[in-house]
Write a protein that binds this ligand. Structure first.
Ligand SMILES: [Zn+2]
Length: 446
């Protein structure tokens, strides 16, 4: 199947070709762990989980890595306010994030590296950049990357370098204002020994080092992350990898759009962010997942609770139709549905083609709603074989989109009640059959 992605690096829709046949390597920048996950953090987690599932379904061998940034000024500040260590803060929020990621039904990543476990490798990488003359130590002892030493700096984000290079907004002594910190010399907060004195790494180096360490090619197929990471983070990742290994780190760069709240970008500074843990108190994770999938991943997603209520309604409809189908099959003496459908080949071609077109989620979801209609029709027509195929089809769709939806398993008592109902009808015992009908309807068995 031909898969197409919009590649942020080339600004083109491109045919996907993996580095190794039938294998795909994916890296997604993960959250900085100084607070609970907000809905903006969750968007890339869910979007790239669907990508992971899609490749799995197509029988690619996927290696999926997403990091936790556990060194950051915000973590240091929080630790100092709460009188805890940076590790305690990071451990707590990583655990909280993992709970949410599990609840929203994401596949396990192959690795979830933390920066604090990569200090030695980061130091070696920075040394290499200095040896290659792409980095320098300034008069204050900080190590900086020299952006003028590589070609085409700014090619991902299309920034106007000449304009930006005029402002130095972080008061660090630099050759060029866009040079960025690789190692910050400091005695405050969490710190390590290095050839340049005590300090800690800057943010942009970790992903490069982790990718080079965890994937064998020094280059991956797909690098994902939020749109706001394009500049400077991803631009700087590309710059460092070009300097160290003469390649652009990833062949395809995929970026998801912002979350908008009442026409404003959701951000900490506007104090309009929504924690996922709070949403999860009121809404089930399928509804939250559906809400995040309804908008194309590259477009901004404007969040409001009305939309979440509608998603909840949709999930209810999907669940009830799925349940109705499972009950129909069980009533027709198919007790182990999963076993029965194992060898059925589904015709999900069209659904997969929608996803293969840069994850066109709205068309994929319309396809799912079409399947629900077909299910209702075939139950009505009592077409058992078609119903079995549709069960397989919807099970596969749930897998790819990451929905975790259960159906009711008919018990021995239910079966007896159904039989008694049939007998009472045959015997024209209307009092008894009415009584049983009511009970069966209540259990959604009729
Ligand atoms: Zn990153």
């Amino acid at each position: 199947m031909n898969i197409f992605f919009y590649n942020s690096l080339t600004k083109k829709r491109e045919l996907f070709k993996s580095i190794k046949k039938n294998k795909v390597s994916i890296y997604v920048c993960g959250p900085t762990v100084y607070d609970h996950l907000h809905i903006g953090n969750l968007r890339p987690i869910v979007v790239f989980d669907v990508l992971h599932r899609f490749f799995n379904y197509l029988k690619y061998k996927v290696t999926f890595v997403s990091n936790f940034t556990d060194i950051d000024d915000k973590i240091i500040n929080k630790a100092s306010i709460e009188k805890k260590t940076e590790k305690e803060i990071a451990d707590f929020y990583i655990k909280e994030a993992q709970k949410i990621i599990k609840k929203i039904n994401c596949l396990k990543t192959d690795f979830s590296p933390r920066v604090t476990n990569y200090i030695d490798k980061i130091i070696i990488f920075i040394q290499k950049l200095i040896e290659n003359n792409n980095a320098y130590v300034n008069n204050d002892g900080n190590v900086l990357f020299d952006v003028k030493t590589i070609n085409n700096y700014g090619e991902l984000s299309n920034i106007n370098i000449e304009k930006l290079i005029k402002n130095n907004d972080d008061n660090i002594e630099k050759k060029n204002n866009l040079d960025f910190v690789l190692w910050k010399k400091t005695n405050a907060g969490i710190q390590w020994d290095s050839p340049w004195g005590r300090g800690r790494p800057g943010w942009h180096t970790e992903c490069c080092v982790m990718i080079n360490d965890l994937f064998s090619n020094k280059k991956i197929d797909i690098h994902g992350g939020g749109f706001d990471l394009k500049f400077p983070h991803h631009e700087n990742e590309i710059a460092q990898n070009k300097a160290a290994y003469k390649n652009k780190l990833a062949n395809y760069w995929l970026h998801n759009g912002f979350i908008m709240i009442k026409n404003n970008k959701m951000s900490k500074s506007l104090k309009n962010f929504i924690f996922v843990k709070d949403l999860m108190k009121k809404y089930d994770s399928n509804s939250i997942r559906l809400l995040l999938l309804q908008t194309h991943y590259r477009s901004p997603l404007s969040f409001d609770e009305e939309k979440l209520i509608l998603s909840k309604e949709q999930i209810k409809k999907i669940t009830s139709t799925y349940n109705k189908l499972a009950i129909f099959l069980q009533k027709n003496n198919i007790d182990n549905i999963e076993k029965k459908i194992k060898n059925i080949k589904t015709s999900l071609e069209q659904f997969l083609l929608f996803l293969a077109d840069d994850l066109n989620m709205s068309l994929s979801l319309s396809y799912l709603y079409g399947v629900l209609k077909k299910i209702n029709l075939n139950i009505k027509n009592r077409n058992l074989n078609k119903c079995l195929c549709l069960f397989k089809e919807i099970t596969d769709i749930f897998y790819i989109l990451g929905f975790k939806i259960n159906y009711y398993h008919i018990t021995k008592e239910d079966k007896k009640m159904l039989k008694d109902f049939e007998n009472a009808r045959k015997d024209k015992n209307f009092v008894q059959s009415d009584k049983l009908r009511k009970k069966l309807i209540k259990k959604e068995l009729l």
